[in-house]
Design a protein around this ligand. Structure first.
Ligand code: KIV
Ligand code: ZN
Length: 376
């Protein structure tokens, strides 16, 4: 069997995720998150919405500069108007792989409530602005905001127009988190069937979790042909949040039999990314949160190891990745202070046992410490 096809991870923790109430981050904090996302090896990092504020503009510009040489594309959001696009481009100029991400509401509900444009005016705006952005930047993503509630024939026309003007990625957001996996997958199949030129662009999924279906919907889109997913660490985002990066990534990695595609993500950095974002935003991770929650693993979960997501300790139970330092710290909590020589012996046994059992319990450790006293 050849290598699996790849799905691009478009992380929007710093843009859509930052819209969680109270999650606003300083520039220094955003830079820490950006570095961690680069360690994770996301494909695209959406750094912000430069037209929203001077602080957002400055953050996108600095992140674009700092990500040079790290193999990460940097995206900036813009409405479909020249001012937003120029600001996005100005902020992205120094990026190694800049992406201008333009969005336009396509559903009647959003066009009437948020824009004073009729369908045809919105279509003309997409035509002019994608073409303008493409003259500035080689990679342009177009998002049809509220795509899932958009009348299909109109949606097809807007997407065809965006592609003709040079959009390189087409994103179909479930902006209000209303879709079901069956409907969302069907939308991707319909778009593939009815939009000329769609095969030449990257199709992207962007889901919100209002009904708790964001991960299921994103996976349904992947099965229907999406090759990019827009996600946030811990699923943070406005209202109920966005699709959680760690959930999609681990579903694809552990269920290759079901999906047949993978991502480039270095999963062993997932827990540290989760903890960093939680600490900086003040949004706690619930203990039962899939993949990164403190209680997410137990010895009977065998298809996925805690080490594979970067967790060294599970409910106070040690894994091999803890290392000698982690073992020493854990033994001190249990009341043992070992000499360097004794620690070396216990560590050797610990690694052997961890290889066999994956998880080493406190009882195992105590037994090893006691034995190490007698048998040098
Ligand atoms: O949810 C949404 O529609 C968005 C777009 C701006 C992509 O976040
Ligand atoms: Zn969104």
């Amino acid at each position: 069997m050849g290598n699996p096809a790849m799905v691009k991870i478009f992380d929007t923790t710093l843009r859509d995720g930052e819209q969680s109430p109270g999650a606003t981050m300083t520039l220094a904090e955003k830079l820490l998150v950006a570095e961690r996302l680069a360690d994770l090896r996301v494909d695209i990092l959406e750094a912000g919405f430069p037209a929203a504020s001077l602080a957002d503009f400055a953050a996108v510009k600095e992140i674009a500069r700092r990500m040079q040489g790290k193999g990460v594309a940097v995206a900036a959001l813009a409405r479909a108007n020249a001012n937003d696009i120029e600001l996005a481009w100005e902020a992205l100029r120094d990026a190694e792989q800049p992406v201008i991400h333009i969005f336009m509401a396509t559903s009647d509900q959003f066009q009437q409530r948020h824009l004073s444009l009729c369908r045809e005016e919105a279509l003309q705006r997409v035509r002019a602005m994608i073409s303008y952005a493409r003259r500035l930047c080689p990679t342009v993503e177009f998002s049809a905001e509220d795509a899932t509630r958009t009348e299909r024939e109109y949606l097809y026309r807007v997407l065809e127009t965006a592609i003709r003007q040079g959009a390189t990625t087409i994103n179909l957001p479930d902006t209000v988190g209303y879709s079901s996996p069956e409907e969302y997958g069907a939308l991707f199949r319909q778009v593939c069937k009815h939009v000329p030129g769609i095969e030449a662009v990257t199709l992207s999924a962007h889901c919100h979790d209002d009904l708790g279906l964001a991960t299921a919907n994103a996976l349904a889109a992947i099965r229907a042909g999406a090759r990019q997913v827009e996600v946030t660490i811990n699923g943070i985002g406005e209202r109920a949040g966005n699709t959680a990066l760690e959930e999609v990534v681990m579903a694809l990695r552990t269920r290759a039999d079901a999906f047949g595609v993978d991502t480039r993500i270095r999963t062993e950095h997932l827990v540290s990314a989760s903890q960093l974002v939680s600490r900086l935003t003040g949004l706690p991770v619930q203990p039962n949160k899939a993949i990164v929650g403190a209680n997410a693993f137990a010895p009977d979960v065998t298809f996925m190891t805690p080490q594979s997501v970067g967790r060294a300790e599970v409910n106070g139970v040690l894994c091999k990745q803890a290392g000698r330092y982690g073992l020493d710290a854990h033994l001190r909590q249990l009341g043992y202070r070992l000499s360097a020589e004794q620690l070396k012996r216990v560590y050797r046994r610990f690694v052997t046992l961890a290889d066999e059992k994956k998880i080493v319990t406190d009882d195992d450790l105590i037994y090893m410490v006691e034995c190490s006293r007698e048998t040098p």
